[in-house]
Design a protein around this ligand. Structure first.
Ligand code: ZN
Length: 166
């Protein structure tokens, strides 16, 4: 999960929502990805998709070899869980939960779609993974607040100017 967290931080440096993912095969990281939705302006540019695509290219196959594991800092959305099942990922470990007590990921994994089961374990390094996201969003809110205040101040200046004109 450490490698996935490092990937998330790469995204953070580029102004993306910090979510990172890696594919591990035979105890080695073989592919990594981070959320690039803002950069690419693509709804599908999630960290898991980036990592799964990179792993498929590396192995030259849409079907990943047996024993591949996906580590991701945030619980995958249905699209990414679908991609993991399609690529035949055997085990999925995620950090932060998307919605407490309502895990769609587990339900999808247990639906036995595509005749493939992916073992799922959530809450791995949960605290560190959650902190990345809450830190990002509280920073974003602070910046938005500051921008609003700045806009308001410049608005006041304009009305001051208008009063002077009167
Ligand atoms: Zn996703």
């Amino acid at each position: 999960m450490g490698a996935a967290i490092r990937a998330a931080k790469s995204g953070l440096k580029r102004g993306e929502v910090p979510i990172g993912a890696v594919i591990v095969y035979e105890d080695r990281v073989v592919a990594r990805g981070y959320n690039r939705r803002a950069e690419k302006q693509l709804a599908s540019a999630h960290a898991e998709m980036m990592a799964i695509d990179a792993a498929c290219r590396k192995f030259g196959s849409w079907r990943l070899p047996e024993g591949c594991e996906l580590y991701v800092t945030l619980e995958p959305c249905p699209m990414c869980m679908g991609a993991a099942l399609n690529a035949r990922v055997d085990r999925l470990y995620f950090g932060a939960y998307e919605q407490k007590g309502r895990s769609m990921t587990k339900a999808l994994a247990e639906a036995n779609l595509l005749n493939h089961r992916t073992e799922v374990q959530g809450g791995v390094s949960e605290e560190e993974c959650s902190a990345l996201l809450t830190g990002f969003f509280s920073g974003l809110r602070e910046r938005q607040k500051a921008a609003k205040a700045a806009a308001k101040n410049s608005g006041n200046n304009l009305s001051d100017g208008a009063q002077t004109l009167d």
